[in-house]
Design a protein around this ligand. Structure first.
Ligand code: KG4
Ligand code: ZN
Length: 783
């Protein structure tokens, strides 16, 4: 084992474990410092200061670290993600390897090194009345694991352990706090270790890491590929499985249904040349349709059980080609370190030779790249020339031959390999040499809701790259954003998205390769408002990156970002101005008398405008998100067909109320259905939209007049609504006020707008400290 100085982190339990250790080539390890302490729900605020403390105590400069090991849990979902995201930022910024290790293993090793002998049962608290159990054999200062990761009821675990062959003699773990009785009842003779040994510390982490290396080798240590251990799916996924009548999932290593999505322009990637076909992630309910194609396509067809397991297996990406709700093709890849392997790819016979297979392959390859794969490999029957031609056409090469590989026919397998990514163009991992010049840059990161986004601007405000990895497909099947899934996807995608933004920045500047962090003057990140579990991933990563690179951190309010989408595109947007903020979570009128000063004039008392669009679309069965589809349908409808209420239009203030309108629309739909009349969806969409637009416009006009603003700007996801854009222009421009609407691609969440909002703060030297936490309810007025 080569000499290494490692940073050790674990935030899966109430203890924030931080230490520095030295692994010597003899295999001996020396813990140089350990500052592990109990800090419930404080991981995000204390972790980096404790890292500095541990480094100082170890007399080690941050730049001297040669690797990082982080606990992957199982434990508190948010807790683990904070540790993993911070560690990713640190490792990415330092350019050192990152390894994940099991929190439960660390606890077992700590006990073994402390001299505990015998059979140890570690019981982690899994919340909701469940535990994460694991059994170990401890002997001579070593721990050997006997059982895989799982989640179960404490009574069931205790009963199983009590009745099994490996009855534990010793117990530890924070699950004992709540479930002590259950274990004492079944294992009355077991000794319970002192509470200090229920959580990992630096000694346990380094020992578990050394054991991992001995058993698993060094691997790539790629920060993109280290992910939390989840063992259970999100509730939304469990419910979906139950509805589809599928068995309970086997505890997966990381319960992510599929991988995160690619850039925004491929949100619902359509298949060129095949009308109405689009690609989306695999769902549980697709499996019956897939089986029919599978059986017709292969002599060694996969079974329902094999597909079901894939759905929840870790580090997988599966996509289907969907034509009017029917699956006509599918494919999946598995990731191992930085290589993706194509597991399966098939297209229904009537749709073959139309580019569906090629599109599926490209989508999977791109997804694999987002998840950290550099290469993609596959094997294919030597006799299947159509398939071989397809793969050659997308830039794959034959790299080997496995004689007699297919047992059913004795056919040879052709092994093919190529670069992961969109048809051959893939980030070169080497850092770029930037062309000479005085330009300095700012990297911005946005993870407040369901888009993992990164962008690079020059400090003069020129956008040089803008990458949005949308998760929308993964939420669409649940009819809205599922917070737990959003957090998981951000943790999966963050490193890949940032690298992509840095590579594209290099490309724009004519310097191929990854833009070096040394070219940055600032790292900006959204710290609120938004989903707390989603915000912390971007924030923890950004803080780690900032500490590792020494580049200062700028915190941005997401809503300020939406306003600055206008500033980025339109130099005439100057204060004093009024902004109408309309998104899925907000509807408000904001007065900005000067740069950086915000006064909220009024906001919605109930639903936000985007939310109203989403709910109406849901009732009509039009899917999620509802805004884009409703505004498209409204084009063919008559806005005066149905007279929906315009709530608070004449209230004399700037408050909005949209829930009454939503209810009126839902009642109208019910009424028409009961009367046996067919609903004219375009007329309904147009009439609903007109009611929303009328109120927004009338209040915006009054706000502009009252404040004497010189400029007006529209901001937020609903700013993409063409009817609202036109109506505002038509009403406000005649007042001699400059009206700005953001370009369509900057309306929905992105990091370019976060970068734009960060620049004035960077210039003013307003920085965020490394103990900053996410503020899910952050308001503009206090920003
Ligand atoms: O700003 P955003 O991307 O996310 C939030 O911060 O909420 O806004 C998303 C919202 C969704 O509710 C979506 O339905 C709505 O913006 N939206 C639209 C349109 N495009 C997106 N609403 C109306 N018309 C549109 N064309
Ligand atoms: Zn937004």
């Amino acid at each position: 084992m080569s000499e290494r100085r490692l940073l050790l982190l674990d935030t899966a339990t109430e203890t924030v474990a931080v230490g520095v250790a030295h692994a010597e080539s003899s295999g001996r390890v020396v813990v140089l410092s350990d500052v592990s302490r109990v800090a419930p729900r404080k991981a995000n605020t204390v972790l980096l200061s404790w890292v500095l403390e541990a480094l100082e105590a170890a007399d080690c400069a941050i730049g001297e670290l040669e690797g990082i090991a982080v606990g992957r849990g199982p434990g508190s979902f948010t807790g683990v993600r904070i540790g993993v995201a911070t560690a990713k930022g640190l490792a990415h910024g330092l350019g050192v390897p990152l390894w994940g290790t099991s929190t439960l293993d660390a606890i077992a090793w700590q006990a073994a090194i402390g001299g505990v002998e015998g059979r140890l049962g570690v019981i982690g608290d899994a919340m909701r009345g469940e535990v994460y159990p694991a059994l170990y054999e401890l002997h001579g200062g070593r721990a050997r694991r006997l059982t895989p990761d799982t989640v179960a009821a404490p009574e069931a675990v205790a009963a199983q352990w009590g009745a099994g062959e490996d009855i534990p003699t010793v117990l530890a773990g924070n699950g004992l706090l709540k479930h002590h009785e259950a274990f004492r009842a079944q294992l009355p003779d077991a000794r319970v270790l002192t509470e200090e040994l229920w959580h990992p510390d630096a000694t346990g982490l380094i020992a578990a890491w050394v054991d991992d290396r001995a058993r698993q080798g060094w691997g790539e240590g790629d920060p993109a590929t280290v992910l939390p251990v989840y063992t259970r799916l999100s509730d939304a996924e469990e419910n979906e499985r139950a509805r589809a009548g599928l068995p309970q999932a086997d505890p997966p290593d990381s319960g992510v249904a599929a991988a995160s999505d690619g850039p925004a322009d491929s949100m619902h990637s359509t298949v060129e040349g095949v009308d109405g076909v689009w690609l989306r992630p695999l769902r549980a309910t697709d499996i019956p349709g897939i089986l029919a194609i599978e059986d017709a396509s292969f002599t060694d067809a996969w079974t329902v059980g094999m597909f079901t397991d894939e759905l929840n297996a870790p580090r997988r990406a599966w996509f289907v080609a969907d034509s009017d709700g029917a699956v006509i093709g599918y494919g999946g890849v598995a990731l191992l370190d930085d290589e993706a392997h194509l597991l399966n790819l098939a297209v229904d016979a009537p749709f073959r030779r139309r580019g569906v297979g090629r599109a599926l392959f490209a989508r999977l390859s791109q997804q694999a790249a987002v998840m950290g794969a550099l290469r993609i490999t596959l094997e294919c029957r030597a006799g299947n020339q159509t398939a071989i031609d397809l793969y050659l056409a997308v830039g794959m090469e034959q790299v080997g031959l496995r004689p007699g590989y297919y047992s059913d026919t004795g056919e040879d397998a052709v092994i093919m390999g190529g670069r992961a990514g969109v048809e051959g163009e893939l980030p070169t991992p080497a850092r770029a040499e930037l062309p000479p010049g005085d330009d300095r840059y700012l990297l911005a990161i946005e993870t407040s809701c369901d888009e993992t986004a990164a962008a690079v601007v020059t400090t003069d405000g020129v956008l040089v790259s803008n990458v949005v990895a949308s998760q929308i497909d993964f939420h669409a099947r649940f009819g809205g954003v599922v917070p737990e899934i959003a957090s998981r996807k951000h943790a999966e995608a963050i490193v890949g998205v940032i690298d992509d933004a840095l590579v594209r920045a290099g490309e724009t500047l004519g310097a191929p390769g990854v833009m070096p962090f040394a070219a940055l003057d600032g790292i900006a990140v959204t710290y609120g408002p938004g989903l707390v579990g989603a915000l912390v991933v971007g924030l923890a990563y950004a803080k780690g990156l900032s500490l590792a690179t020494g580049v200062p951190l700028v915190g941005v309010n997401h809503l300020e970002g939406h306003i600055f989408a206008n500033v980025l595109a339109d130099p005439l947007v100057q204060p004093p101005l009024v902004a109408l903020l309309v998104s899925g979570g907000h509807t408000s009128l904001v007065h900005m008398p000067e740069w950086g000063v915000y006064r909220t004039m009024g906001e919605t008392l109930d639903d936000a405008a985007g939310e109203a669009f989403d709910k109406v679309a849901k009732v009509l069965g039009l899917g999620y998100p509802g805004g884009p589809v409703l505004s498209r349908m409204a084009v063919d409808g008559d806005p005066t067909a149905i007279d929906f209420p315009r709530a608070m239009m004449k209230s004399g203030d700037y408050a909005f109320s949209l829930s009454g309108l939503k209810t009126a629309v839902i009642n109208h739909i019910r009424h028409e259905r009961e009367a046996g009349r067919e609903i004219d969806v375009p007329d309904l969409a147009a009439s609903f939209q007109a009611a929303v637009v009328d109120v927004q416009v009338s209040k915006a006009v009054r706000a502009v007049k009252e404040t004497g603003a010189q400029a007006f700007c529209l901001a937020g996801g609903v700013a993409a609504n063409p009817s609202l854009r036109e109506a505002l222009r038509a009403a406000i421009e005649p007042l001699g006020v400059h009206v700005s609407v953001p370009p369509f691609h900057l309306c929905t969440d992105n990091a370019a707008m976060i970068a734009a909002a960060a620049l004035p703060r960077l210039r003013r030297g307003e920085f965020l400290s490394i103990d900053a936490d996410a503020v899910p309810g952050l308001r503009l007025d206090t920003t």
